[in-house]
Design a binder for this molecule. Sequence first.
Ligand code: ZN
Length: 188
Amino acid sequence: MTLIDPNLIQTSTSFDRAVVEQAVLFLDLDGTARHCMDEAVPGFVNKIEDVVIMPEAREGMKAWRDNGGRIVAISNQAGVGKGYISEIMIARIMAETQKCADDMFDMILWCPHDPDTTPCRCRKPGIGMPLRAISELSRRYPYEVVARDLSLFVGDRPEDEECARGLGVRFVSAEDWRRGHSQLPLVR
Ligand SMILES: [Zn+2]
């Protein structure tokens, strides 16, 4: 026979309510967290050996992680759709990026589409990638909910800022962020 312990029920009820509000750093890669070394195609990283995480970006990421925040990379990679680079190569470059960043990314998302031939919802300034990240995070961590008002979007291009606005997340320019401003998640 099992007796129901009222304290246990109380505990269980409290646990149901114990949803953690999570701050997410949505981070652009090229020109924001990664150096762009390729002189042939400026602005993008096209070779594994060219993957370098800027030291200031690493610091910013570490500070965010140490404060309990999650980090998601959001990257437009239209070079795939345009046929300049294969998606397998992008995947290898992203794996190297994760390694260089000491595995601090919870997720790395990229849009491979060429906006000239394949309009999509994932390419920034579209908000398809961050929305996908939010839904994936809630699947992975059922007791967390992404708090957009505590989150941050960092990028170096107008489409990053527009994406942040569409998402309802505070935007900080890559330069300011790397200088150490707004590196920490907000605390309610
Ligand atoms: Zn896309």
